[in-house]
Design a protein around this ligand. Structure first.
Ligand SMILES: [Fe+2]
Ligand SMILES: [Fe+2]
Length: 341
């Protein structure tokens, strides 16, 4: 009896700790579901107020963003359909409801991005060629993969949209010379991508079960979408640069390299956020960036204005974000000391 009592005393902190982790993980998932709010917004986007080089008036920067955005409407339709196929296999009503709200959000995103891509086409960029390639890929995957594998691919696509959104939400100043209505649309989308960043993952996990096979499916899907998606987006960028005769625009190419590799270094940040997906214990809310979206949401709920919400987000980063305020003042001190312009 004494031995059992002693053993339970030794083991119980470990068990409690494990349970606590489990309960905390579950609690975070629930909090994540509470965030998902479909907002049926339409944006005043047209050829007259969205210039051809809408992203900081720079061709290379605009074209790499356009190459990414080219994949969005078809990608959104893919993830919606994949989630809808798995919903019947899910017992947890909270996950099912989150899946329904997720589909509502993605349907509205696809609609607004269709408009954005149509404007690029009107400006002479051949996005229709790129989009039709994505349709061919989508149809091939639909015919040849099981619903679970399609769900795993959707979860990997959602990881990419979540980490891209996370970087842009952290560095909104990189859009300071961008068409305001485009910024309003993009940041509404980044916020909602963050709100539902765990839904596709949880739909897949609940439908596919736990264990080594589910893990193998998940990481195989991520490896596949990386091997297909990253070269696909790069090829789309090269195609757009070639068609738009921008290959020799070296000053603009340097600006794009600055944005993607140095300031803020979008790709560097994305690589850091990408790899945790391969951990067996990965869950999207383990990277908890709700503080950022809460700033946008609070302002939007008060004003109903996506522009005011974007401004509130920028002000928060400048004055309150604990990850930035200390750093920027340290950097300012270094700049002052060495008289850096
Ligand atoms: Fe979306
Ligand atoms: Fe999404």
């Amino acid at each position: 009896m004494k031995v059992w009592m002693l053993l339970s005393l030794v083991v119980s902190p470990y068990v409690d700790c494990k349970n606590r982790e489990k309960i905390m993980a579950q609690a975070k998932v629930k909090v994540g579901y509470d965030e998902v709010v479909p907002r049926d917004l339409t944006f005043d986007l047209n050829k007259d107020n969205v210039h051809k080089y809408w992203f900081n008036d720079d061709p290379w920067n605009t074209l790499w963003m356009t190459a990414v955005l080219a994949a969005v409407p078809e990608g959104e339709r893919w993830v919606m359909r994949s989630a809808a196929m798995l919903l019947d296999k899910i017992d947890d009503p909270a996950v099912r409801q989150a899946g329904v709200d997720f589909c509502k959000q993605e349907r509205i995103h696809a609609r607004e991005h269709d408009v954005m891509n149509e404007i690029s086409i009107e400006h002479g960029l051949p996005l229709d060629d790129i989009e039709s390639t994505f349709v061919v890929i989508r149809e091939f995957l639909k015919k040849n993969l099981s619903p679970e594998m399609q769900g795993a691919l959707a979860a990997s696509f959602e990881h990419f949209t979540a980490i891209l959104s996370s970087v842009f939400l952290e560095y909104p100043e990189m859009f300071e010379d961008t068409e305001p209505e485009v910024v309003n649309m993009l940041f509404w989308h980044f916020v909602e991508e963050t709100e539902h960043k765990a839904v596709s993952f949880d739909v897949f996990s609940h439908a596919s079960g736990k264990g080594p096979l589910a893990y193998l499916r998940r990481v195989t899907a991520m490896a596949t979408s990386s091997v297909v998606g990253v070269p696909g987006i790069t090829a789309a960028l090269v195609y757009l640069l070639w068609k738009d005769k921008q290959f020799t625009n070296l000053p603009s190419a340097l600006k794009m390299l600055d944005t993607t590799l140095v300031r803020p270094g979008v790709m560097r940040h994305i690589v850091k956020l990408y790899f945790p997906y391969y951990r067996p214990s990965f869950h999207p809310w383990k990277d908890d960036n709700r503080d950022v979206i809460h700033v946008w949401k609070k302002s939007f709920d008060e004003t109903g204005d996506a522009g005011a919400a974007f401004k509130a987000l920028c002000d928060w980063h400048k004055n309150e974000n604990p990850r930035k305020v200390g750093k920027s003042s340290a950097f300012s001190a270094i700049k002052a000391k060495f008289a850096i312009a």
